[in-house]
Write a protein that binds this ligand. Structure first.
Ligand code: NAD
Length: 478
């Protein structure tokens, strides 16, 4: 076992109301990305048979959970959020240890989790489950049935809680399949919820997607999947369920553009690039994936961006000075260095960063210019702290560049003239547009809406959750 083990006991799956025993031959160690000598968690992988049992168990619990009064479910979920809030310190420690993000970012994740989920609770309370018509006849919103919730590692608590809250509020039993890289946040969240629920309403399956995924997605009782992760995995889930009645909410990859027009406040745009590009060490779905800057201010913008980037303190998440933590794995460090090498070999210029640091999966934030639209670094999602910058001839050219590629998650336009910034932003094919705010700026009342290859199905957020997690039934009375 690596030195400095902090993992405690082996984490396991929850199926049909029982925490499974650990299987000695299936135990996997997860290192702390910010200090690879330390174990962040040890967990025991479920099997395909366990995964099938998890959906069986959700299916068996469906009728009784659906019969619970709406008010009771609202109270149970509110209680869960209160316990998450009370346990913030523990959760922050777990998130920092297994994801690597600085404690301040982990704290922001817990706070954001609560804001999102409490918005869902309030929305479900306000909207209710019955829509009246002019007569006694009405529309009743019924649960859809067993829901599979599949989540990534970059927001290991937030993504789970954001989906679980509305899924359960609207009467659906669930199976959670968290990222194999961040099982501890998932177990911690479920432990705070499960004692309040009837057995089988919430199930947790720990395992690699390839090992447990097919058994989960092929189960005949499955009725919906709420997924956040890469476009490749989301598309595979869509393919696996295409022939059956399984509704999909897929929040997928992005290549979000920060557009800086000629009349922009350059300092404000630079700060937006720093936050969006290097927040979460670049591992932020709505983070900034590329900067498109008007050629007339490109050099001024780049100089300031490089100065600010060099000031960023890179280090382990539990060190109070760290502003940028490690990336999630050694494989992602290699991916980053290869992406930089490929781009520079094709004529791009590394202006700063891209250096490795010992002790963890560290790579210093990198800015790259002389990027062309033909380079993969300009079109493909990187999900590491590497920020390509390209010059645009004018606003029209900037819009054209921002629409290059297959994604359509988020975009931002900086200009001192809000009207022309909005005109420009509205022409970008993205489900979230910002004016003079960074690309990851969010409000829980607005949808996380991925267009093109960034999303499929109804987006996450209050009223869309109600539509996604319920099916309407028309009830006629004389
Ligand atoms: P990933 O697609 O590799 O994995 C996501 C989840 O899917 C994991 O739990 C994984 O185990 C699971 N999975 C993989 N194959 C599966 C299968 N066959 N069946 C069932 N489950 C399977 O993504 P990741 O590396 O964990 O996360 C990074 C990606 O997530 C990036 O592309 C990022 O843009 C995206 N993301 C999107 C949003 C959004 O809101 N649009 C938010 C956060 C992250």
């Amino acid at each position: 076992m690596p030195e400095g083990d902090q993992s405690g006991r082996v984490l396991t799956s929850l199926i049909a109301g029982e925490w499974m025993p650990a299987q000695a031959d299936a135990v996997i160690s997860r290192e702390n990305p910010g200090n690879t000598k330390v174990t962040a968690a040890r967990w025991s992988s479920a099997t395909a048979v366990d995964a099938t049992r998890a959906i069986d168990s959700a299916a068996q619990a469906a009728a009784s959970w659906a019969a619970h009064p709406h008010e009771t479910r609202l109270a149970i979920l509110s209680g869960w959020l209160d316990r998450i809030e009370a346990d913030t310190e523990t959760l922050v420690t777990i998130i920092t240890r297994e994801n690597g993000k600085p404690r301040a970012d982990a704290l922001a994740e817990v706070a954001g989790t609560l804001k999102d989920a409490r918005h869902s609770v309030q929305d479900a309370r306000d909207r209710g489950l019955v829509e009246s018509s002019h007569s006694r006849s009405h529309t009743r919103l019924e649960p859809v049935g067993p829901v599979l919730i599949v989540t990534p590692w970059n927001f290991p608590l937030a993504t789970i809680v954001r989906k679980v809250t509305p899924a359960l509020l609207y009467g659906n039993p669930i199976v959670i399949k968290p990222s194999e890289l961040t099982p501890a946040s998932a177990v911690a969240a479920v432990k705070l919820l499960e004692p309040d629920l009837p057995s089988g309403v919430v199930n947790l399956v720990l395992g690699h997607g390839a090992q447990v995924g097919p058994a989960l997605t092929s189960h005949a009782a499955l009725r919906a999947i709420s997924f956040t992760g890469s476009t490749a995995t989301g598309t595979a889930l869509a393919r696996a369920t295409a022939a059956r009645d399984v509704r999909l909410q897929l929040e997928m990859g992005g290549k979000n553009s920060l557009v800086v027009l000629a009349d922009a406040d350059v300092d404000a745009a630079v700060e937006a690039a720093i936050t969006g590009g290097f927040g979460c060490a670049g591992q932020w779905c709505t983070g900034t994936g590329r900067v498109i800057v008007d050629h007339s201010i490109a050099e001024t913008f780049l100089e300031r961006l490089i100065t600010r980037t060099r000031e960023l303190k890179v280090g382990p998440g539990d060190s109070p000075e760290s502003q940028v933590g490690p990336v999630i794995s050694a494989a992602r460090v290699n991916f980053a260095t290869e992406a930089i090498a490929t781009a520079t070999a094709a004529g791009a210029r590394l202006r700063c960063g891209g250096k490795l640091r010992p002790g963890g999966h560290f790579i210093t934030p990198a800015v790259i210019d002389r990027v062309t639209e033909a380079m993969p670094i300009f079109t493909e999602e990187l999900f590491v702290p590497v920020l390509p910058v390209i010059a645009a001839r004018n606003a029209d050219d900037a819009v054209r560049l921002a629409n290059t590629g297959r994604y359509g998650l988020s975009a931002s336009v900086f200009s001192r003239d809000e009207t022309s910034a909005m005109r420009c932003a509205e022409r970008i094919q993205a489900g979230m547009i910002h004016v003079n705010l960074h690309t990851a700026w969010r409000d829980p009342a607005l949808p996380v809406s991925g267009w093109r290859d960034s999303g499929r199905g109804l987006p996450e957020c209050g009223r869309f959750y109600r539509d996604f997690f319920t099916k309407p039934r028309a009830v006629y009375l004389p």
